[in-house]
Design a protein around this ligand. Structure first.
Ligand SMILES: Cc1ncc(COP(=O)(O)O)c(C=O)c1O
Length: 366
């Protein structure tokens, strides 16, 4: 069996360090926030180059808190792509805003900036690009548009830890961003975890209060907040993994290059492209194939843990039926949803495993 992502192989490399870190937390019993969370936040800021990292309970909360921090609320509209994990849209809706969807480009499946421009109204407050599968959205065009229209940009950097675009880190374009440390992410915790990223000290202060019951001084709550803090034990895991993240991302790039070479000889397979200027971190390696559901079944039966990210675009989810969309509204995203297939991708994947994946794929296609 070749899993989609091999978390056991990763854990083996950090097991001792995690054990020592957990023991330290148990000894000093500082289970909420404390020095381990602060140390991770500082280290993550050093890694990204984004001045402030505020650890929160998960990526969905990170995005909601980021939106609230820039003032998104009831009556506002937030524009985001139809082809994303549901959490991007949930965060906007939970912040009180109306979700406004746009389609993606057919090659990289990144947000289509031309469509964003058409959807801007007097109520639009923020744009939410998603750095999907490990590469940045076309941020120059999007930032220029946001600037011209006076809009906030809240980046969904959940799938792009370590990614850059023309030297700028994912999450460092807009005033604020959210990321997820869900276990399968490039930097994954051993449970739910996430963070808000910002270069703006005032916004950082605001998010720190929001994640902690709206409080800066214990038992004083000038505003409504949340209980959404990064768990201290998760911070221990994340700090241990963070030291190795650059190396793991490098290994992912090598694995992507190997897939590219192996798949170039397989007719009928659409290989993923990298938008010029992007330093991709290959959170997911997403190909396109005909008869995808059949192919997926055959791959799974052959022991290849392939998956689909994501089979149903946001506008066709029951949770967003109230937006009033129908099939055909976002044809590029819908076509992609029917053809995409994520192949096993993780730093430790071996050349032999990748050859096995591609052999199984050839058989499944024939
Ligand atoms: C693009 C995207 N946005 C948001 C999230 C939400 O993160 P979480 O699962 O930590 O809430 C995820 C990951 O699950 C994601 O992939």
């Amino acid at each position: 069996m070749i899993p989609l992502v091999d978390l056991k192989a990763q854990h083996a490399q950090i097991a001792d360090e995690v054990q020592r870190g957990f023991s330290g937390v148990l000894e000093n019993t500082s289970f909420i926030l404390g020095k381990d969370v602060a140390a991770f936040e500082q280290a993550y800021s050093q890694f990204t180059g984004i001045a402030h990292t505020i650890g929160v309970a998960n990526g969905t909360d990170a995005l909601e808190l980021a939106l609230r921090a820039v003032g998104v609320g009831r009556g506002d509209e937030v524009i985001l792509p139809a082809n994303t994990f549901i959490a991007t849209a949930l965060a906007a809706e939970r912040a009180g805003a109306k979700v406004v969807l746009v389609d993606c480009d057919p090659v990289h499946q990144l947000i289509d900036v031309a469509q964003v421009e058409k959807k801007i109204t007097a109520k639009t407050k923020a744009l939410m690009p998603v750095h999907l599968f490990g590469q940045c959205a076309p941020m120059e065009a999007l930032m220029a548009l946001a600037k011209a229209k006076g809009l906030e940009v809240v980046e969904d950097a959940a799938q792009s830890q370590g990614a850059k675009r023309n030297g700028t880190p994912a999450g460092g374009f807009g005033r604020i961003a959210g990321t997820s440390f869900y276990p399968g992410k490039n930097l994954g915790a051993y449970g739910d975890a996430g963070a808000v990223l910002t270069n703006d000290a005032a916004l950082a202060k605001k998010v720190k209060a929001l994640r902690n019951y709206g409080s800066e001084v214990k038992y004083h709550h000038p505003e409504t907040g949340f209980n959404s803090r990064l768990d201290t034990l998760q911070a221990v895991v994340l700090s241990a993994k963070l030291k190795r993240l650059a190396g793991w991302n490098e290994q992912r790039r090598a694995a992507a290059a190997r897939y590219e070479q192996l798949l170039s000889k397989v007719p009928g397979v659409g290989r993923p492209g990298t938008l010029e200027g992007n330093e991709h971190v290959w959170h997911l390696y997403v190909i396109r194939v005909p008869n995808r559901d059949e192919v997926l079944k055959k791959l799974n039966a052959a022991g290849v843990g392939a998956g689909i990210h994501y089979p149903v675009p946001v506008h066709l989810q029951g949770a967003f039926a109230h937006l009033g969309h129908k099939a055909g509204d976002f044809p590029v995203a819908e076509k992609a949803a029917n053809e995409i297939l994520s192949l096993p991708m993780f730093g430790e994947i071996t050349a032999a495993q990748q050859e096995q994946v591609v052999d199984a794929l050839k058989k499944a296609l024939s």
